[in-house]
Ligand binder design. Structure first.
Ligand SMILES: NC(=O)c1ccc[n+]([C@@H]2O[C@H](COP(=O)([O-])OP(=O)(O)OC[C@H]3O[C@@H](n4cnc5c(N)ncnc54)[C@H](O)[C@@H]3O)[C@@H](O)[C@H]2O)c1
Ligand SMILES: N[C@H](CO)Cc1c[nH]c[nH+]1
Ligand SMILES: [Zn+2]
Length: 426
């Protein structure tokens, strides 16, 4: 864990360095992912299974889990877990229902009618991570907004669990959220399969969902062949804390994201030297009790930092520069800062809104832009699953009153066939 005791130019330079955190990794991963994509495009299922064997160390007993098996396996889950999943689903549904946009239509007194139709996409692929941990919560976060948007068919891919079998908790979440088909493949190969279609996996219109660097890079490469939601790669947390924050909470929250991946990033910006020192001590104390301490240690060593800022304004400026996936503000008056944050996937305000509350339960989506892309991407939402089209109806009289303007515009562009289309209706 690096500790930077100065803000100003030194702190800012350090933040800029952190932004480049995986540039080198990206180059190596790009080459691996390109090869995977090309092979899946030409060899379909054969390549899909060969890569699954190579990278997951197993192949699924069956590539697709049918509806009966989903119901059967899901029914064996711990009832308390199912109840918690249902409660979380309710909160997520409630939040995302508010995002739903309506089609609209405008009629003018001269008889002109114009409007915009909103429809769900026909078929989307949702990626649910499952390499080093299983993510039933990500099933809910992906599929619930898709369902609300009216997507025709939701195809889910996720790496095979132990022994090539499906994880029942993931299947229970798929059932609750309304997923249509489940395939047990993961990584860049699953993303490529969704983009091109294979003998067993149908081609989709859009691929959404988070994943590790291979998954995120595959989505980036395949954008254009299919639509994608955003780059949602290895997790990140940035915390801004003043002298009133609790170092125990800060350390716990930093490690909640560090445990996702050795490439995850966890950074504390604080105005207090005491808070900085106590948080570092808490990190090493609490880490010992955590099952994924090896991942946490590596992540904190490579992409973790504590930076002492000169004041809260500087901390806010650094946060906007970094554009983190998750931003916690642990300060005496957290609401004071919400209007000053321009770049962040999701903001957690106050000492009792820890990041995992958002990961699992509160309602906002946990599929969020990473690697500084919160500068231009938004969280996954109902909007990610819709498309819009407009329509126009003009009467003969309305066209006549507009014709001179249209003709002038068409002639200025030198497009006489456009002008002709108006003239023949004179
Ligand atoms: N940004 C978000 O919204 C968000 C949400 C949840 C999780 N996450 C991130 O998702 C990720 C989950 O990662 P994970 O690894 O547990 O699961 P994953 O499903 O994303 O990746 C596992 C797959 O990666 C492939 N793979 C592994 N090593 C490889 C290699 N050397 N070469 C090529 N392919 C390889 C394998 O095929 C495997 O199936 C974490 O980085 C976590 O931080 C992000
Ligand atoms: N923090 C992850 C997004 O970066 C989401 C998640 C799912 N489960 C636990 N955490
Ligand atoms: Zn998390």
């Amino acid at each position: 864990m690096r500790i930077v005791k100065e803000g100003g130019r030194i702190g800012l330079d350090f933040i800029k360095q952190l932004k480049l955190r995986n540039e080198e990794t990206n180059k190596q991963v790009d080459a691996v992912v390109s090869e995977i994509i090309d092979t899946v495009r030409t060899d379909g299922d054969k390549a899909l299974l060969a890569y699954t064997q190579k990278f997951d160390g197993r192949i699924p007993e069956k590539i697709e889990i049918d509806k009966t098996e989903i119901k059967d396996l899901a029914s064996r889950c711990d009832p308390e877990f199912l109840k918690a999943l249902q409660n979380a689903a309710e909160n997520i549904r409630d939040f995302h229902m508010r995002q739903k946009q309506q089609s609209w239509l405008n009629t003018r007194p001269d008889g002109v009618i114009m409007g915009q139709r909103i429809r769900g996409l026909s078929r989307v692929g949702i990626y649910v991570p499952g390499g080093t941990a299983a993510y039933p919560s990500s099933v809910l976060m992906n599929a619930i907004p898709a369902k609300i948007a009216g997507v025709g068919e939701i195809i889910m891919v996720t790496p095979p669990g132990k022994g090539g079998k499906p994880n029942p908790d993931i299947l229970a979440a798929a059932l609750i959220a309304g997923v249509d088909r489940v395939f047990l493949v993961g990584g860049a190969q699953a993303v490529a399969a969704l983009a091109f279609g294979t003998e067993s996996i149908p081609k989709v219109d859009k691929i959404v969902g988070p994943g590790n660097i291979y998954v995120a890079t595959a989505k980036k490469h395949l954008y254009g062949t299919v639509d994608i939601d955003m780059i949602a790669g290895p997790s990140e947390i940035l915390i801004i804390a003043d002298e009133t924050a609790n170092p125990k909470f800060l350390a716990a929250d930093l490690m909640s994201q560090a445990e996702h991946d050795v490439l995850a990033s966890a950074i504390l910006l604080t105005t207090s030297e005491k808070i900085a020192e106590q948080t570092v001590a808490q990190l090493y104390e609490q880490m010992e009790r955590l099952s994924r301490k090896e991942i946490i240690r590596q992540s904190l060593d490579r992409f973790g930092a504590v930076i002492q800022c000169r004041n809260m304004d500087e901390a806010v400026a650094f946060a906007n520069e970094l554009a983190p996936e998750h931003l916690e503000i642990c300060a005496a008056n957290p609401m004071e800062y919400i209007g000053k944050i321009n770049n962040a996937g999701s903001v957690f305000l106050g000492n009792y809104s820890p990041e995992p509350l958002g990961d699992y339960y509160a309602g906002p989506n946990h599929v969020l832009p990473t690697s500084g892309t919160a500068r231009f991407f938004s969280p996954l939402s109902v909007d990610s699953f819709i498309k819009k089209s407009s329509f126009i109806y003009y009467t003969e009289e309305a066209l006549q009153s507009a014709q001179e303007d249209i003709l002038r515009l068409a002639r200025a562009e030198g497009l006489t066939a456009h002008a002709n289309s108006i003239e023949v209706r004179r």
